[in-house]
Design a protein around this ligand. Structure first.
Ligand code: EPU
Length: 428
């Protein structure tokens, strides 16, 4: 096991290239199960979630070739192998194997997913969708068993706007008989990306990116080649780092439209933000204004950027309120920021950040992926060295983090945990 060390206070300058979107990749790889021939996915981020999913496809009989940012998937020999335990528990997105395997084989058994602990994360809307399509769904010993004689299109209204449920129902419905209509669907760009892949495979999907998606089932899906959209959350994280420490940073290979809510909030803080064709230029200012943020479904402020943004707010001159309406308990980073000297109070779904004092390097632990990102932001801003354990969480979502940050002038490196730290990590 390793820890990340960051010596804070170094200005950031230069260009950082953004990788393909994690939250698209983790849905696109399971989607390949639905094809009858080779699917090639390009612009993949080099993160551990991608590797885990590629291994899962091999467990069900597929063969995969993963090079730097391309995954070639041969689904011809896949079969409906039950996956109640093991790798499926490592990441939340393994739930997409439910929709994909149900859609392809009419049968699946998948262990309830792991992933970041952000408080309760039910999957009732996924199940509601599968059942509406005709599947019998049971929950036995921590795994979901799905079975259908045939899947028939249905009209499904989501009670909660859910990215995962929208994608999972699309996966289960693309080969169902007749038309499926998903109402109150999520509109995130990753949903459009998955619909684009499925359409290239021969699916008939209309309305992805709006709140009503219509799917006309087809009998057969073929292989195709698809390039993943840029990761708006990785990009947003670097924009936040640049807003804190950037003396001219270009966040390159992005779709600026996907980052508008963040750009607006950074501008409100007084940060210089300039959207270009496929990049965003950021320059911090000596004084930053406090701002309130409330996380919302897309195109609102992304919950995944709430944690890194909170670190930035400690630098603002005054008080800001951060409210997370998506995950009301997504505040595990706050205790760690306090160790670094931040003055933040959590009340219910909100955190009150009293900014203005400089953070100090400390030993902190990443409890989940974006909590890790928030600590990296804090480490870059802090005085002295910050040591971050729980790095495996960060590695699930940020490709080449140290290389990218070193390229911008940060002083960041990795070390193996010493015996005492290993003991501490094991006891958690
Ligand atoms: N919800 C339900 N029932 C459901 C599904 C969701 O009540 O059946 C609730 C959730 O508890 C949450 C809200 O609906 O309060 C939204 O959840 P959603 O289903 O949209 O989240 P998700 O699909 O599980 C994805 C991303 C998350 C991101 C959320 C919100 C992936 C693999 N994960 O999760 O990303 O926070 O959407 O945008 O796409 C991350 O990247 O760090 C991450 C956690």
């Amino acid at each position: 096991m390793e820890k990340l060390l960051i010596e804070g206070g170094h200005p950031l300058k230069g260009t950082v290239q953004i990788s393909g979107a994690k939250n698209s990749a983790v849905a696109l790889i399971p989607a390949a199960v639905l094809a009858d021939s080779t699917v090639t996915i390009d612009n993949l981020p080099d993160i551990s979630d991608v590797e885990t999913l590629a291994h899962l496809l091999e467990e069900i009989g597929g063969s995969t070739e993963l090079t730097k940012d391309t995954l070639v998937i041969h689904p011809e020999n896949m079969f409906s192998m039950p996956l109640p335990n093991g790798r499926v528990k490592k990441l939340r997105a393994s739930y997409y194997m439910m929709g994909a395997m149900l859609g392809k084989f009419k049968k699946a058994a998948i262990g309830l997913p792991g992933g970041c602990n952000l408080g309760p994360r039910p999957i009732d809307q996924h199940i509601k969708g599968f059942e509406a399509l005709g599947a019998k769904v049971t929950n036995e010993q921590g795994a979901i068993y799905l079975q259908a004689d045939e899947l028939v299109g249905a009209r499904i209204y989501l009670d909660v706007v859910s990215v995962g449920a929208t994608i999972n129902i699309m996966l289960a419905a693309v080969k169902a008989k007749g038309q499926t209509i998903i109402e109150n669907a999520a509109k995130e760009p990753e949903i459009i990306d998955v619909a684009t892949l499925l359409t290239s495979m021969g699916a008939n999907i209309k309305g992805a990116g709006t709140n009503v998606i219509r799917i006309d089932g087809v009998d057969k899906l073929d292989g195709c080649r698809h390039s993943i959209i840029p990761d708006r959350i990785e990009a947003g994280t670097y924009m936040i780092m640049a807003a804190a420490m950037g003396q001219g940073v270009i966040v390159d290979n992005v779709i600026p439209l996907h980052l508008e809510s963040l750009s607006s909030k950074l501008r409100e803080m007084g940060v210089h933000v300039e959207a270009r064709d496929d990049s965003i230029y950021i320059e911090t200012q000596p004084e930053l204004n406090p701002v309130d943020i409330k996380t919302l479904v897309y195109p609102g402020f992304a919950t995944d950027l709430q944690q890194p943004f909170t670190s930035l707010l400690t630098k603002a001159d005054g008080s800001s309120i951060v409210t997370d309406t998506i995950y009301g308990a997504r505040f595990k980073h706050i205790d760690e920021l306090r160790r670094m000297g931040a003055n933040i109070k959590v009340e219910g779904r909100s955190a009150l950040v009293n900014g203005g004092s400089r953070l100090e390097g400390a030993k902190v632990r990443a409890s989940d992926l974006r909590a890790g990102a928030s600590l990296v932001v804090a480490g870059l801003m802090g005085e002295g060295v910050t040591e971050i354990t729980g790095v495996t969480h960060i590695d699930r979502g940020y490709a080449y983090l140290e290389e990218k940050l070193k390229g911008l002038g940060a002083n960041i490196w990795r070390e193996a945990l010493n015996a005492k730290e290993l003991e501490e990590m094991k006891s958690l």
